[in-house]
Design a binder for this molecule. Structure first.
Ligand code: PRP
Ligand code: MN
Ligand code: MG
Length: 181
């Protein structure tokens, strides 16, 4: 594999820390949804890794759907304009939905999604975000399950990209400024 270590300044969350956190949150979700059917909705493409690992950390049987939205394009800042690139295949009317996200940055993507899902008549909609940048929030998003609060730095890996690169790194790491400036 290509060595991208010079593109990164530090590892913020290791693969092992992610694994342990997913087990912890999966146990909570197993308990919280013990009496309900649960639909996990992954937000493509960033949530691919967390969805794959989190869904298998659950004991519960779930169903899975995906939505592709994008607000970043190739830049490092959210445009605030959310585009649907792929809609759900499922009708979520009356269903209990848990949105699975890799990161809440400005919050714009999720606040838009939450409004969108509420309008479709879901029985409940909650959010699990592996990462959250509290100091970058432009809108408040109610997120029931959060993995790690992190500083406002541009991070990549474990699904998170810069210009579509670095998604397959196993850890979450800070991108060196020379890569994007
Ligand atoms: C990233 C990330 C979240 C969103 C968070 O997705 O995966 O979905 O931005 O940012 P926000 O809180 O400021 O809205 P992106 O739009 O880059 O698409 P991608 O998942 O395909 O990389
Ligand atoms: Mn995303
Ligand atoms: Mg992205």
């Amino acid at each position: 594999a290509a060595d991208v270590s010079s593109d990164l300044t530090e590892v913020l969350v290791t693969e092992e820390e992610i694994r342990a956190k997913l087990d912890e949150i999966a146990a909570q979700v197993d308990a919280d949804y013990a009496d309900e059917d649960l639909l996990l909705v992954g937000v493509l493409k960033g949530a691919v890794m967390v969805m794959a690992d989190f869904s298998r950390a659950l004991t519960k049987h779930i169903t899975m759907d995906w939505m592709a939205v994008s607000s970043y394009g190739a830049g490092t800042k959210s445009s605030g304009v959310v585009q649907i690139r792929k809609d759900l295949d499922t009708d979520i009317l009356g269903k209990h939905v848990l949105i699975v996200e890799d990161i809440i940055d400005s919050g714009l993507t999720l606040s838009w999604l939450l409004e969108n899902f509420a309008a479709r008549g879901a029985a409940s909609v909650e959010v699990f975000a592996l990462l959250r940048k509290p100091e970058a929030a432009k809108v408040e998003v109610h997120c029931k399950y959060v993995g790690f609060d992190i500083p406002t730095e541009f991070v990549v890996g474990y699904g998170l990209d810069y210009a579509e690169k670095y998604r397959n790194l196993r850890d979450v790491a800070v991108l060196a400024p020379h890569v994007y400036s």
